[in-house]
Design a protein. Structure first.
Length: 257
């Protein structure tokens, strides 16, 4: 995280709160002055830019989600009300971060095979800020699609192409979403609850999916889709599923626990 003059948003508001000044979400001259003063006080270069060292000193950096064991994930999955059985082939578990940092890839995905964990990677289970704040109106009249968590969606995806070019897992069965239409920076399970086919795919966040790309901002890459930000790890998942010739893939979305 790096914050400097001219930036706006929830992270700036958090910074200003930590600095003890009016927290209005705008990084202006007064914020820059406060940052410089704080940096000078703790012995950092007083450049007015809140970089890693300043953010860490203030204690407002992004929290790293804990990693889970296969046993923890399987046990949690089995406690879902709609749980029937553990899939025998490949399936995916998504972990929805409690932090819900605006426009950040702060969630996790685990590729499972039966009760065995194959690998994990980072991503988002939420829409990007571009969608959350009014952008959802392009897609429907109720709100941004927030997939209902603590649910298991059996046979929800099948291998195909996302938008006609990217190897992906495409929605092939119904999924339940909340339509969050309050236009704040949080992805909340509020608003109209709907179940159906909404194009909730599993894909990565770059057209250069065969390259070594790690994205940091969600932007317009998710309007409800489950999206990996590490292209190399994503393609490992996709290639394993494609090679297996598995017809359908189950998805379980859990809240961080």
């Amino acid at each position: 995280m790096l914050l400097k003059k001219g930036m706006k948003g929830a992270d700036v508001k958090k910074l200003k709160t930590a600095l003890g000044i009016k927290a209005d979400g705008d990084f202006g001259p007064k914020t820059e002055k406060a940052v410089k003063s704080y940096q000078k006080k703790i012995g950092l270069v007083a450049d007015g830019i809140a970089g890693k060292k300043t953010i860490k000193a203030l204690g407002i950096g992004p929290k790293v989600m804990k990693k889970y064991t296969a046993k923890q994930l399987v046990t949690r999955t089995k406690k879902r009300k709609d749980f029937v059985k553990i899939p025998t082939g490949y399936w995916i578990i998504g972990i929805k971060s409690k932090q819900d940092a605006a426009d950040k890839f702060d969630d996790m995905f685990y590729l499972m095979k039966g009760e065995t964990m194959v690998m994990s990677t980072t991503g988002t289970t939420n829409p990007g800020l571009r969608i959350i704040k009014n952008g959802w109106k392009k897609y429907n009249r109720y709100g941004a699609a927030i997939v209902e968590s603590d649910r298991i969606y059996y046979d929800v995806w099948k291998y195909g192409l996302h938008k006609g070019y990217m190897p992906a897992l495409r929605q092939a069965n119904v999924i339940t979403v909340f339509r969050d239409g309050d236009n704040d920076e949080k992805s909340e399970e509020i608003g109209k609850k709907m179940t159906g086919m909404y194009g909730i795919n599993f894909h990565t966040a770059t057209k250069s999916y065969l390259g070594k790309v790690i994205k940091t901002l969600i932007g317009g890459w998710s309007a409800g889709c489950q999206v990996c930000n590490n292209s190399v790890e994503y393609m490992k998942i996709i290639n394993l599923i494609k090679k297996s010739k598995q017809k359908r893939v189950t998805f379980c979305l859990l809240k961080e626990f």
